[in-house]
Design a protein around this ligand. Structure first.
Ligand code: DHK
Length: 145
């Protein structure tokens, strides 16, 4: 069974409370519960990690080198700033899907560039929290065989 590590970056612990007009009303716990239920249906094993700290996210990616075949990552604001997260993902051999809840391309220009997209196998933006589920569905194909 493929193991998928789901990683959420800074401020996503406030999902549901933070700018719900942009990020929606679901909490991170709701997202995790929905992903866990879908993973069971899809025959995937999923683990969840959220941190407001860049180094902790990098260490989670390093750990995934040993125990995961795929990473679904919403690096949040670090998307637009972090060469270090890109380097960590470049050291991971499995599949990577980048998720953004909002359509970053419809927002401020500083959100239009992602360091992570150059490494990601797929980029999902603007599907709301359903983006995580779409990523898991795609992971079935990317981690098969
Ligand atoms: C989440 C954030 O926190 C922002 O910093 C990104 C992303 C967009 C999202 O849409 O999930 O710019």
């Amino acid at each position: 069974m493929a193991h998928i590590q789901i990683i959420n970056g800074p401020n996503l612990n406030l999902l549901g409370k933070r700018q719900p007009e942009i990020y929606g009303a679901e909490t991170l716990a709701d997202v995790e519960a929905n992903c866990a239920a879908l993973a069971q249906e899809l025959g995937l094993e999923v683990s969840f990690f959220q941190s407001n700290h860049e180094g902790a996210i990098i260490e989670c990616i390093h750990a995934a080198r040993e125990n995961a075949q795929g990473i679904v990552i919403n690096p949040a604001a670090y998307t637009h700033t972090s060469v270090a997260i890109l380097d960590a993902l470049n050291a991971f051999d499995g599949a990577v899907i980048e998720v953004h809840i909002s359509n970053v391309h419809k927002r401020e220009s500083f959100r239009h560039h992602s360091y992570v997209s150059g490494r990601a196998d797929a980029v999902i933006a603007g599907l709301g929290t359903e983006g995580y589920q779409a990523a898991l569905r795609r992971m079935v194909t990317l981690t098969a065989g």
